[in-house]
Design a protein around this ligand. Structure first.
Ligand SMILES: [Zn+2]
Length: 255
């Protein structure tokens, strides 16, 4: 399983792109602005999109991705998997024939290019040889993290979350957990803001990491532009026993 980081920043500017991970060549986890850098042929290979939540930095690339995939003679639709609240938000506020065409009814209501698939915490969805397991997390809107497994092992991505009681038991039960992509958006100086916005800061992340009884390689994501160095240093200082890296656009991971 190849995981290509198309975007992992908490904002745009100066080359930053927002959340999008390409798993092999056909599955996206989140569809932030990073998808816009893909070649046309790569965009058209994507047929499954697992969303963590409805915030714009995680879905901004989805409307135009679907537009690029659109072909009146398409063979495989583009399926979006997400919590019902996220799917409702997409239908009401994005694919509503105002902001963007309703591709859930195009080219026909009977056979649309865009399909919506409800994914609730605990659901396991197989796509080819990979199993996506949805995990409840705690953000300012209903959100999911995912673990993704193939025969070689598993990786996990937290999505946006603050301290929670749900992700860590799932990670502890996840056999051969090799990589953990975890958000940490703000430095400790902004701990109050991080909590109010539903995000980790280094101190709250370190407290939750103390409950992790596995030793995956940890990749930090979702950091606010300009704060990356400070956040990374704070995390490394707080969890010196862990293998911690900073995710960046273009990083390729494998499981
Ligand atoms: Zn968010």
């Amino acid at each position: 399983m190849r995981i290509r980081v198309l975007g992992c920043s908490g904002g745009i500017g100066a080359g930053a792109r927002t959340s999008a991970l390409l798993v092999d060549d056909d599955v996206l986890i989140d569809a932030g602005t990073g998808v816009g850098d893909l070649a046309l042929s790569d965009l058209r290979s994507i047929r499954h999109v697992f969303l963590t939540h409805a915030h714009l930095d995680h879905i901004a690339g989805l409307p135009m991705l679907v537009d690029t995939a659109f072909d009146t003679s398409f063979e495989t639709p583009v399926t979006v998997y997400a919590r019902p609240e996220t799917l409702d938000a997409l239908k009401s506020h994005l694919f509503n024939d105002v902001i963007w065409p309703d591709f859930g009814r195009l080219p026909s209501a009977d056979n649309p290019i865009l399909r919506y698939s409800v994914c609730e915490p605990g659901d396991r969805i197989s796509v080819g040889q990979r199993e996506f397991h949805a995990v409840d997390v705690r953000h300012s809107v209903p959100s999911l993290g995912y673990t993704v497994r193939n025969s070689n092992g598993a990786f996990a991505i937290s999505g946006d979350t603050k301290s929670n009681q749900t992700l860590w038991p799932v990670l502890n039960a996840c056999e051969q957990l090799k990589l953990l992509v975890i958000e940490v958006s703000f430095p400790d100086e902004l701990q109050q803001l991080a909590s109010e916005a539903g995000h980790y800061c280094p101190s709250t992340l370190a407290r939750d990491l103390a409950r992790l009884r596995q030793d995956p390689v940890i990749w930090l994501t979702g950091m606010k532009p300009g704060e990356e160095g400070r956040i990374f240093e704070q995390v490394v200082r707080l969890v010196p026993e862990r293998q911690v890296h900073m995710l960046s656009r273009g990083t390729v991971l494998s499981v």
